[in-house]
Design a protein around this ligand. Structure first.
Ligand SMILES: Cc1cc2nc3c(=O)[nH]c(=O)nc-3n(C[C@H](O)[C@H](O)[C@H](O)COP(=O)(O)OP(=O)(O)OC[C@H]3O[C@@H](n4cnc5c(N)ncnc54)[C@H](O)[C@@H]3O)c2cc1C
Length: 402
């Protein structure tokens, strides 16, 4: 079989399937995994999966930060809204880990299996189709075009999936009131630590403690990037310093607009995740809102469910479209449920805060969460564990062949 895309969904799926002894080729358009500002959050549910795979210690050895809650600063004070330490799970925290380290670790682990092939710098540009079914892919490489045949093609090629486009699969789009500007500014220990949101008139800023630096998500009204640029870099720096005053002497580190990466927020999902010979998972099947930072984790959970449901039919060479439909049936509920929560937060909180034109005080729900700490377990559970967390199952647990 072949997997298009060596992101979290593609590489977790590949690792699980090669542990089942199934031959897998992953085609990745980039030469390496070095991309800045990707989903770097690893949630308790993903850490459970890593433990099950015997990779728990390896992942914790990679340079990372742990965050155990979320505080939000309004004009009338700072309120704790989420507390991961209340979760009765093996890892009651969010781990922030560069996605490239995570992906390199997965790729190295998979490469220990002879049935794994990682084809870097292979950009899939078309599908091979015979008798109405997908039978593999066509990829562009530095040496020319190659064809990779496969009984099953899994598209894990992200939110702009080429496979989805070629199959003409339709999405339900839900829209979002915001876009996000990502950048970094150096951090000093005296700044504080953890995860803080700062709310100002028409702007939100999420500061993520990444050790040496703050990773900043500056949330703006949808389509508002041109207006931010028109207001000038100095205006932008001032706005950042107003929202997060400890950065006032460092906002100059945002040297040019190239330092700021724009994430156009999308929230959508496919009506049908499969076609004869092809299945779509992760962002390719459902682009998530950044609310809760759940994109990586849902992608990993999709991969775990796919491997568990398809390994036997793949080995027995009895894979039909019903088996692919079972993956969608399994993952449709957590996807739709998570998106429903994201849409609620986008509408009830983010949209309203972004529409404010004066100082913003904490809404009642925020004050209630802060006053009754036990309630903070609910958002922690929805984000950290999610709906219907997946288990790897016994057959893929083993490590690399001896
Ligand atoms: C700026 C930004 C910030 C984000 N922040 C967070 C966050 O904090 N937390 C979080 O959980 N999520 C976050 N996300 C979302 C998160 O990165 C995704 O949800 C997650 O990576 C999805 O995993 P995936 O494997 O489905 O797809 P992707 O990670 O998108 O991986 C797709 C892979 O396919 C490859 N590919 C694409 N097209 C082709 C092709 N034609 N041929 C071959 N290979 C191809 C790509 O190079 C990529 O490696 C963020 C996303 C962005 C863009």
């Amino acid at each position: 079989m072949c997997i298009v895309g060596g992101g979290p969904a593609g590489l977790v799926l590949a690792l699980l399937l090669v542990r089942h002894g199934i031959g897998v080729a992953v085609l990745e358009k980039h030469e390496d995994f070095l991309r800045d500002f990707r989903g770097d959050t690893v949630h308790p549910s993903t850490l459970d999966v890593m433990d099950e795979l015997g990779l728990g210690d390896r992942i914790r050895e990679l340079p990372h930060r742990q965050v155990d809650g979320l505080r939000v600063a309004f004009a009338d004070g700072t309120y704790q809204m989420v507390d991961f330490t209340r979760l009765e799970v093996a890892h009651p925290y969010l781990m922030f880990l560069p996605q490239w380290d995570f992906l390199e670790m997965l790729a190295r682990e998979a490469e220990a299996h002879p049935s794994f092939t990682l084809l870097r710098s292979h950009e899939v540009v078309d599908l091979v189709r015979e008798e109405g079914a997908v039978q593999g892919v066509v990829a562009r490489t530095a040496e020319g075009t190659v064809e990779v045949g496969a009984r099953l093609t899994v598209a894990a090629d992200g939110r702009d999936s080429i496979v989805r486009g070629k199959l003409g699969l339709r999405r339900r789009e839900f829209g979002a009131p915001m876009d996000v500007l990502w950048f970094r500014v150096s951090r000093r220990p005296a700044d504080g630590e953890g995860l803080d949101m700062h709310v100002g008139p028409g702007r939100l800023l999420l500061a993520i403690d990444r050790g040496e630096y703050w990773q900043i998500a500056y949330v703006i009204p949808k389509g508002g990037y041109e207006r931010v640029v028109a207001a000038g870099l100095d205006g932008f720096r001032e706005s950042v310093a107003r929202l997060f005053p400890v950065l006032v002497d460092r906002v100059g580190e945002i040297g040019e607009w190239e330092d700021v990466k724009v994430l156009t927020v999308q929230l959508d999902r496919l009506r049908r995740w499969h076609a004869p010979g092809a299945l779509l998972i992760g962002d390719a099947a459902h682009a998530m809102s950044p609310v809760g930072g759940v994109g990586v984790n849902l992608a990993v959970q999709d991969a775990v469910a796919t491997a568990r449901l398809l390994a036997d039919p793949l080995r027995a060479r009895q894979l039909d479209e019903d088996a692919l439909a079972r993956v969608q049936a399994r993952r449709a509920f957590p996807t739709a449920g998570t998106q429903l929560m994201q849409r609620f937060v986008q509408r009830a909180l983010v949209g309203r805060l972004l529409a404010a034109d004066g100082p913003v005080t904490a809404p009642l729900a925020v004050k209630l969460l802060a006053k009754v700490p036990a309630l903070q377990e609910l958002p922690a559970r929805l984000v950290g564990v999610g709906l219907r967390p997946e288990r790897v199952g016994p057959t893929a647990l083993g490590s690399a062949p001896g």
